[in-house]
Design a binder for this molecule. Structure first.
Ligand SMILES: NC(=O)c1ccc[n+]([C@@H]2O[C@H](COP(=O)([O-])OP(=O)(O)OC[C@H]3O[C@@H](n4cnc5c(N)ncnc54)[C@H](OP(=O)(O)O)[C@@H]3O)[C@@H](O)[C@H]2O)c1
Length: 274
């Protein structure tokens, strides 16, 4: 097992701070192998979603890894069409079935689309039945979180958002943290289309520590308190990305990465869903 910190969420659930993401991991063997290799390398946290169409491959990878289900923290997400169509009961049951599990450790509303409040109440019911062990949101802006709070509904355990060195979420991150809603960083490395691992600022820090650019960014995410879920389907990179528990970025490194923030998203904005 990795020497990975475990974070306690606001409902008492315990989540490994580091895990494997499987967005754009192709349906089939590539994803099941990635999950299997990750678990065999000591990962204990997998982040999938209904919209990735690979929940069943995650289930297969878990089975093939030989690691007991109860040792693994699985996150999945209710897809937008299900939220919009008020089919959140059906959607959640589908995720449970595809993941071949009686419970999901963390289930998120993927985007704040129309009818998200209705779906949140459904997730709350599954949570009470212990079929969802923790519930949270993704891509929620402050006003979406306020809507849940004003309605007197349960507080999300996490908000999974785009967050990397060039988009550091300086308003939303403290807002969530003040309310004990944990930040999970998606596209931590900048994502497939905007990789940041070869940026000169990152390479310089990597050389100083004898690490790779990916390891520096993953370490930075953890040192600023985020849960981080880098994706790879390549065995060597899966192992490389997990080798981040034996070094620490110093103040100078942290300041250099803080200065990379341009406050520019690389991907979709939650604002367009309004
Ligand atoms: N909630 C949301 O709306 C949302 C949106 C996006 C992502 N996510 C979650 O966040 C996870 C991570 O985000 P992401 O997949 O967009 O981006 P990411 O993890 O920042 O980057 C993934 C890209 O980096 C490459 N890569 C990974 N490790 C590498 C290494 N050590 N050296 C060189 N290249 C490396 C991968 O290629 P290879 O696979 O070829 O190695 C892939 O192209 C997703 O998988 C998903 O679980 C959530």
């Amino acid at each position: 097992m990795l020497n990975c910190p475990i974070i306690t969420l606001n409902n008492g659930s315990k989540i490994p701070q580091f895990g494997l993401g499987v967005f754009r991991s192709p349906v089939g063997e590539e994803t099941s192998n990635a999950v299997k290799w990750a678990l065999q390398a000591g990962y204990r946290h997998i982040d999938t979603a209904m919209l990735y169409h690979n929940e069943q491959d995650v289930a297969r990878g878990i089975k093939e890894s030989g690691v007991p289900r109860e040792e693994i923290f699985i996150t999945s997400k209710l897809g937008n069409p299900m939220i919009e169509a008020k089919k959140s009961v059906e959607g959640t049951l589908q995720s449970l079935e595809k993941l071949e599990t009686d419970y999901i450790d963390l289930y998120l509303l993927h985007w704040p689309v129309t009818n998200f409040r209705d779906s949140w109440e459904t997730l709350m019911r599954f949570y009470e039945e212990k079929k969802l062990r923790a519930i949270g949101v993704s891509n929620f802006q402050i006003r979406h979180l306020e809507a849940l709070e004003k309605a007197g509904l349960m507080k999300p355990a996490v908000n999974q958002i785009e967050l990397h060195p060039t988009f550091q979420q300086r308003e939303l991150k403290p807002y969530c943290e003040e309310r004990d809603i944990r930040i999970e960083a998606w596209s931590p490395l900048g994502g497939a289309d905007h990789l940041l691992i070869d940026r000169p600022e990152i390479v310089k820090i990597a050389q100083k520590h004898g690490k790779t650019g990916a390891q520096v960014i993953i370490r930075w995410e953890m040192q600023i308190g985020n849960i981080v879920i880098p994706k790879s389907v390549k065995k060597q990179r899966i192992i490389e990305n997990a080798d981040v528990f034996d070094f620490t970025l110093d103040e100078e490194d942290m300041a250099a990465i803080a200065a990379m923030d341009t406050n520019q998203r690389s991907y979709w904005s939650p604002d367009r869903w309004d």
